[in-house]
Design a binder for this molecule. Structure first.
Ligand SMILES: [Zn+2]
Length: 189
């Protein structure tokens, strides 16, 4: 009989993680209603330098033995990704740095898919309601919100803007400077 999992790992395929990463194990913890997915990099894998982008950097060591990221739920199960994240040695810029993975922002504890999911929910409902819905602390979601608002604001040219109107109040707001506008966007999630 063909080993289904050997032939077609549904988790790996759905996660859309590129080589040299692969899913090597998963575990359904029914008591905690959680699916744990373990990702590993292939032996002898080479990565790009996170600093200068040079390719072909070899693994130097792995200090981070079990990093975790919350990912999209698998049906009724909360899903946690696990991976050892190596540091690579770059011969071009002489650095030893932790590699960047493809499923999360550096330093984030949530996968990009999960962040995208909560950001789309935030369009429809307040952050506290999203936090309750997905079972996360709202401060964690506020950090995500602020990060993406900040990124979006960097790309908006408000140089010529002196007055703006807010739908929320239906009244024209007082003239705002760019910094005040940023603060407004931050405080009105
Ligand atoms: Zn480099």
């Amino acid at each position: 009989m063909i080993d289904f999992q050997e032939k077609y790992n549904v988790f790996q395929s759905a996660l859309e993680i590129p080589e040299p990463w692969y899913v090597f194990h998963h575990e359904l913890a029914k008591d905690e209603k959680t699916l744990h997915i373990y990702i590993e990099y292939r032996k002898g894998a080479e990565f790009s330098c996170p600093k200068c982008g040079a390719s072909g950097c070899k693994v130097h060591d792995t200090q981070d033995q079990d990093r975790t990221w919350r990912h999209l739920d698998f049906w009724q199960y909360k899903t946690i990704l696990h991976a050892r994240v190596p540091r690579v040695k770059c011969n071009s810029c002489n650095s030893i740095l932790t590699v960047q993975n493809d499923w999360a922002r550096p330093g984030a504890g949530l996968s990009l898919f999960f962040e995208y999911h909560v950001m789309s929910l935030m369009v429809e409902m307040p952050v506290s309601a999203v936090a309750r819905k997905v079972g996360e602390h709202d401060t964690r979601l506020w950090r995500v919100f602020k990060y993406y608002v900040n990124e979006a604001m960097k790309n908006i040219d408000v140089t010529g803007v002196t007055r703006i109107a807010m739908d929320e109040t239906k009244k024209e707001a007082e003239s705002m400077t760019k910094d005040e506008f940023r603060r407004y966007a931050y405080s009105h999630g």
